[in-house]
Design a protein around this ligand. Sequence first.
Ligand SMILES: [Zn+2]
Length: 495
Amino acid sequence: MEYSSFRAPCLNTAGNPEVVLLECVMKTGIPEFQVAGLAPSRAREAMERLSCGLQMHGLRFGHKRITVNVEGRPDPDLVELLDLPILVTILLAQKNRLPGLMGNATCLGKLSLSGAIRPLNQPARLLAVAGHLGFQRMLSHISYPLKLCDGSATPERIETIQDLLRGNEKPVNCSPIIEREQIGPVSQAGSITYGRKVMRAAVAAAEARHSLMCLGPPGSGKTTLAGAIYEMLPPADETEAREIFFRNQSEQEPGQRPFRRPHHSSTVVAMIGGGTPIRCGEVTRANHGMLLLDELGEFRREVLQSLREPMDNYFVHISRGNHREALPCHNWWIATANPCKCGMAGSSGVCRCTEASVRQYQTRMLGALEDRIDIQLFVESDGACTGWDEINLWRENLRNAQQKRTRSGGYRFNADIEDLERWCILEGGAYERFHRETEGWSNRKKHRIRRLARSIADMSGAAWIQMEHLLEALRYSYAGMAISQESAKAPSLYG
Ligand SMILES: [Zn+2]
């Protein structure tokens, strides 16, 4: 009896990378070939393709009973790509030497009936999966040039089983696949006309990943502001870029962060994931990118409540039977909403709602998320426009300060700082003022304000948080959220 095993990279149904273990046992006996561990129809198809392919190449196994077991939870859409790994497992059991697969190398590919290996769809995505799972090289048929970081040209490839056996071709290196582009100043600079307060909040949200909520009357440019924040997001680092890549089912430009805008009729499962087998939801599809909750007030209550865990932990934990998944969602959380049913409360227009109904509307919308939103912003187009030179200076200051902190063991984004006493030091009077102003607030909200003040101080290039930075952060904590119409119109308490 001969035994062999082989590991192949794959994604599971939830979109998480997973190593699939293939084992083959070969016994002398009546010729038979079976694949276990896959859905019966998939297994039958795989066996057909493999037998035909092998016959076309004149490869025979004599009087052998071959059993291949597939261990793992591969996404049904990707099962076909296991043809080549299954074949390799059989060839290894037969004591074939496969020079191309020495060391920490793997392979993926679908076989055609002629024994040719089909070109991979989305090769960069699959290479990113392999790299994430720790494989160094991958053997496959890649039919078009990939942009590789190390400057190498089209990777060498295999097109038939004979190529695989000869081992003439070098596998593709799967670690440095993504060339990241530096994101410069926003291209549509001229088309945005927001005041200073709005733009400072936008910069803090984009660069330091603070969650932001835009409130304002219809047509005030809330969604446009969200688009502008998206364009200001910092470039992805290597780990992020790889994750963005393998979660993205459409072929996007390398390094481009996802932008998801789920409809307000979405269900809890569509939003955070679930089902059997477990699939990921919108929050995970937006991982390392922006999740825009447009018209927050229209979302179902249970959907809003389900967003609490992901907003706190950047992960959704789902278990179904013995299947558990942690679905990441390191998102920029941006929401827009009307301040009341008619949309005019707090603006220069006339609101026809009663005070009680405005309050009810806002409580329903924010009840679950209130203290998870760092910046609350009332947006009304006022024609005043902040210069891009100034905006870019804020971005640069903030980005540099965060990079310095990351290097000395801090966090990549200010919104994630845990050690507040170390990184968010309040200077002099700001400390007392902070405790006075935030008395009775939840700890979560207090911490969020302090982190936001850190970002504001960074924008001005300050080492410690001073009174002016704290006051500015406090202005973003409730401004616009002033529940009654009168107080929303009145200048803010801290203004
Ligand atoms: Zn109203």
